[in-house]
Every structure is written in C-alpha cells, then in structure tokens.
Design a protein around this ligand. Structure first.
Ligand code: ADP
Ligand code: MG
Length: 579
C-alpha cells in the first residue's frame, strides 16, 4: 500500500479526519453487532417456565443505547471520511498540477498529450474513488465480520469454525485470480494510453491525414486498438468477476457447513435454542460484508495501479521554480563542453562557445545538425548529459525557471495562439501592459496593418489554432508578444524559414527591431540574414566545425562557403529568371 500511504501525506489534517472517519465507522459497526449479543446474553438465562424476569428495562435501555450510538458514529464517520478524502484529493490534485507545471518542457515532447491528459483525469478520478469509497468499504467489510467472529467464537467456538472454514480456500482463490486480473489491467492501461494518444493525433492531424487520403489507414489502426481493448476487457471481466464469484460460492458454503454442524450438535443435545437462533440470524450478516469486501478488494487492487502510475509521474524530476538566489551578473551566455542526446544516440558533442551580452550569434548548418537542440538546452527543456550552460556566470541548474524565462524570449516556427482576442494574445508577453502599449508593440512588429483588416480589429477572437491567420501574421504576433515582454535575450529558431518571400521581409523587419540592443542567439536557414552577426557557428553532425564572422568564414575552404555559394547561386538564378 506504499502508493496510498504516500497519498496520505499530502494533507495532515485531511489524513487525520479521514482516519478518524474510518475509526468512527468501525465503532458504528460494533454497535450494530452488539444488540444481538446483548439479547443473547440476556435471554439465555431467562427461566421461561417461571415467567419471571427482572431485566427487561435494562435490556431495552441497552438496545436503545446501541442504536443511538450506531446512528451517531455512522453519521459522523461518513462525514469525516468524505471531508477527509475531499481534502486529501484536493491537495493531491494541487500537488500534481504544480508538479506538471514545473516539469522541464522537454518532458511534454516525450509524452503524448492524450496519454498525459488521461493520466490527469481518469487516473486521478480512480485514485479519488479509492479514497472516498473503496478504502472505507474494504476496511468495514473486513472489520465487521471480524468483530462478529470474535463474539461468536466466545459464544460457541465449534459453530464459528464451521462457518469460517470454507473461507480459507476462498481467499486463496481470490488472491490468485486477482493476480491474473492485475496483469491484464496493466496491459489494458498501456492500450488505453496508446488509444487516447492516437485519438489526439487523429483529431489534431485530421487535415494532413485527409489531404494525403490517409484517414482510412489511421481509422483502421484506431479500430484495431479499440477491438484489442474490448477483447482484453472481456478477459479481465472473466478473471475479476470469476474470482469474486468463486469466493462468494465458498463463503456461502460456510452457512451450509454451519447448518450441518448445528444439526449434529442438536442431535447430541449440545446446542441451546438461543445460541442456534443467534447463529442463524447473524450468519448472513458475517458472510455478506465479506463478499462485498472481496469485490471492493479486487477493484482496490486494480485502482492502486493508477496511484502507482501517478506516483511515477510525481517522481519525474522538475525544474526548480526559484533558483538558489544567484543573480546573473549580465546576459552573457556560455556553453562549456556540452554534450547531449535524446536517447542513447549523441546529438550534440563537446559544444563550447560564448555569446557576449549585446552581441548576435548565429547557428547555421544542415538540417539535423543539432541547432534546435542547442537552443532547447539553453531553454532548460532538457538538461545536458555533460558539460555546463551558464547565464551571466550562473549555471542554468542554479538559476530558477522564473529567472531564466524572464530573461529569455523565444520566437519559434510554430506559434501558439490561444482562444481570445488579438489584444489578449499579445498581452501574454506582459499581463500589465495597457491596450495602448499592446497596440504600440503590434505596430513595431508590423502587425497593425493586418490586424486592422480583421473583422473586429484588435478585438477579433483568434479561435483555437487561429486558422484564419497566415504563418507570417502569426509569427509577427509572436514577435509583438516578445516586444512587450522585453526580455534581454532573444532566441530565434528559423523564424522565417517557412514563410513566403513577402512575409519573410516583414517578419525580418520586425525581428530586426526586436533584436535591437539585445543579446541574440539565432538559427538561420538563409545566410543572407546572418551576414551581419557578430559571430557565426557552423554546425555539422552535432559538432562546431567552424566559427567566425561572415567574412572570416567565407575565406576558409569549408561547409560555410559551400552553403553560401549554393544559396547565392539559387538567389541569382531566381532573380535572373524574374528579370
Ligand atoms: P536542427 O535544428 O539542426 O535541424 P535538431 O537539433 O532539431 O537539428 O536535431 C538534431 C538531431 O536530433 C536530429 O537527428 C533529430 O532527429 C534528433 N532529434 C531532435 N529532436 C528530437 C527528440 N525530441 N527526440 C529524439 N530525437 C530528436
Ligand atoms: Mg531545427
């Protein structure tokens, strides 16, 4: 039960209340059991023949006390269980969300969105169920029969043993069958995660799939996954349901064994009628909660796997929000012998360079040479396998995420726009900015013209995915965002590579304004845009193969000169064609 134990730690007051609730409910059960024995005790010494008995008053009083106590304990017990589990789960959800917020951004690239959201919704709900329903039910379902068993044993050991004997093989069977069930459930969980991942990909990629007429293939794959799930579910029902059914048969068999034993005792004159009546009345009360507990127990074991999966999520290392109080002295960036691979394969190797504050450094190189990876490392999306990256002489590890993202402004190829107006979307850069400031930033970033042409200008809602804006327009909005943010370091990842020539020119102008006076680290596809950089790093196969200014690099025989010449040729060719 380690997983559940850990859960109990999230709120001390919630835990206290929850446990108190369970104790109260156990007491309530005790008072539900006691009247039978009080009656048995009182009535076993009645001299029925003489008709004289003095203790009726005491008997009624005892029964009344039991009933009231049972009512009170069960009411407050349920209340405490409910409120306690509510508090625990509230804190647990908070902790999960907080944890998720602080995971390095790279984590999200490694995990399907569908699987993560399934984890956050389905699995959390299951864990919640454990606390609000199952755990109390299982505890009560086991404690009540135990109380009865103890008292019955005091009354008549032989009959009690007869009643409980068949339970032992029943428990063994139940244990075995849930073992197989659990294995199925684990596989089922993986299938579900995969199905929801596929589903998200299907929905978000439906446009591409249709354009390539691939949706049928994807649907077949989805169908197959769901058929697998259905088949496996049926198997699990068999194991889980079968185990509980067998247990029930054996548990009820206890009543039959008890009946036969009683008949034999009766024949031998060893059984008095009050005792016999007590066992008949109470027998079912002992067996029924056990059967229910068995069903709950099976479910509980299944649900604990959800807790384990969430535990695994909680164990993922996070980025510290606040650093160790080190303030970067300036905005110099240093990479010191940095190596990194997403998996076993090294993607960048022994990278060292520095970007002095206020200078422009460009990364160029063939696609797949590791340029984006270096920027992702700088953003803390991933941590280097070895080596160190520092900002203003403070290693990234000691710099909190907040301080880091305050200083870094990313402009990426794919711009995320959220549901909300143009103003809302740009204001993400600085929530305190006034409408005037937002509009000024938009003018600087060459957005004003196209925004005014939108149906409601700056108040036009940009729906999910903001389909109505072109790539260049989205790009310029993201630059306006960065202008509001006023971060001192600008990181650009091929911001103009995917745009048509006209949009390129406008985005380029916006970028030039954004970069003015900033420290800039940029990836550029077209070398024309980095001609003026203070330094250019040429990457190939994850290593820096050359480094210098445009003029210096052109003088050398090498990759840069090749790239430049081929791009110049293309340019002259297309300009020549147009002329
Ligand atoms: P560039 O930006 O220079 O085109 P990248 O840094 O994007 O290159 O990629 C470098 C190498 O790392 C490529 O071989 C790419 O396939 C691999 N890579 C990039 N991102 C991931 C990832 N999230 N998981 C695994 N491999 C990746
Ligand atoms: Mg790239």
């Amino acid at each position: 039960m380690q997983g559940l134990n850990r859960l109990l730690r999230y709120s001390a007051s919630g835990r206290r209340q929850f446990l108190r609730g369970i104790v109260l409910r156990i007491l309530a059960q005790l008072f539900a059991v006691l009247p039978f024995f009080i009656a048995w005790l009182a009535l076993s010494d009645v001299q029925w023949a003489s008709g004289e008995w003095q203790h009726w008053g005491a008997l009624w009083a005892g029964l009344a006390v039991c009933m009231l106590a049972q009512l009170a304990f069960s009411h407050f017990g349920q209340l405490d269980c409910f409120l306690g589990s509510y508090a625990l789960m509230g804190k647990y959800r908070q902790a999960l969300a907080e944890h998720l917020r602080r995971l390095p951004l790279g984590w999200f690239a490694r995990h399907r969105i569908g699987a993560t959201s399934a984890l956050m919704t389905d699995q959390v709900r299951r864990v919640e169920d454990i606390f609000s329903h199952m755990l109390p039910e299982v505890v009560l379902g086991l404690v009540t029969p135990l109380l009865f068993a103890l008292l019955l044993f005091a009354v008549d050991p032989l009959l009690t043993l007869a009643l409980f004997a068949p339970l032992i093989p029943g428990l063994l069977l139940l244990w075995l069958m849930t073992h197989f069930l659990l294995r199925g459930v684990r596989e089922q969980g993986q299938r579900f995660a995969m199905a929801s991942g596929l589903l998200v990909e299907f929905v978000s990629g439906i446009k591409t799939l249709r354009l390539f007429d691939r949706q049928a293939a994807m649907l077949t794959r989805l169908d197959k996954t769901f058929a697998d799930i259905r088949r496996a579910s049926m198997g699990m029902e068999a194991w889980g349901g079968g185990g509980v059914l067998l247990f029930r048969l054996l548990a009820e068999g206890g009543l039959v064994v008890m009946f036969i034993t009683a008949a034999l005792m009766w024949r031998d004159g060893q059984l008095n009628p009050t005792t016999w009546l007590l066992f008949v009345l109470v027998g079912y009360k002992v067996i029924n909660p056990l059967i229910e507990a068995a069903a709950w127990f099976t479910l509980l074991r299944v649900m604990r796997q959800s807790a384990a999966r969430l535990d695994a999520l909680m164990a993922e290392p996070t980025q510290a929000e606040e650093g160790e109080g080190c303030q970067p002295a300036n905005n110099d960036i240093r990479f010191d012998n940095v190596s990194f691979g997403y998996d076993d394969r090294r993607v960048v190797e022994n990278i060292s360079f520095s970007v002095p504050e206020g200078s422009v450094t460009a990364l160029v190189g063939p696609s797949g040479s590791g340029k984006s990876t270096l920027l992702n490392l700088l953003g803390g999306f991933w941590s280097p396998d070895s080596g160190e990256i520092s900002l203003g002489a403070v290693p990234l590890g000691k710099l909190g995420a907040r301080e880091l993202y305050q200083r870094l402004g990313y402009v990426m190829q794919d711009v995320q726009l959220f549901d909300g107006s143009v103003l809302d979307n740009v204001r993400i850069g600085n929530p305190q900015a006034s409408d005037e400031q937002v509009m000024a930033a938009c003018r600087e970033a060459c957005c004003d013209e196209f925004v005014r042409l939108l149906p409601e200008g700056y108040h036009t809602r940009l729906g999910e995915g903001a389909q109505r804006l072109s790539g260049g327009e989205r790009q310029r909005l993201s630059i306006a965002r960065m202008m509001l943010k006023e971060s001192s370091i600008i990181v650009l990842d091929e911001a103009t590579a995917l745009l048509d020539p006209l949009s390129q020119a406008e985005v380029q102008l916006a970028l030039t304004r954004l970069a003015r006076g900033k420290t800039v680290l940029m990836i550029a596809h077209r070398l024309r845009t980095v001609e003026f950089a203070s330094q250019i790093l040429v990457l190939d196969g994850g290593r820096i193969v050359a480094q210098g200014t445009h003029a210096q690099l052109l003088e050398q025989e090498g990759l840069y000169r090749q790239l430049w010449q081929s791009q110049e040729q293309d340019r002259l060719f297309s300009e020549g064609k147009m002329a």
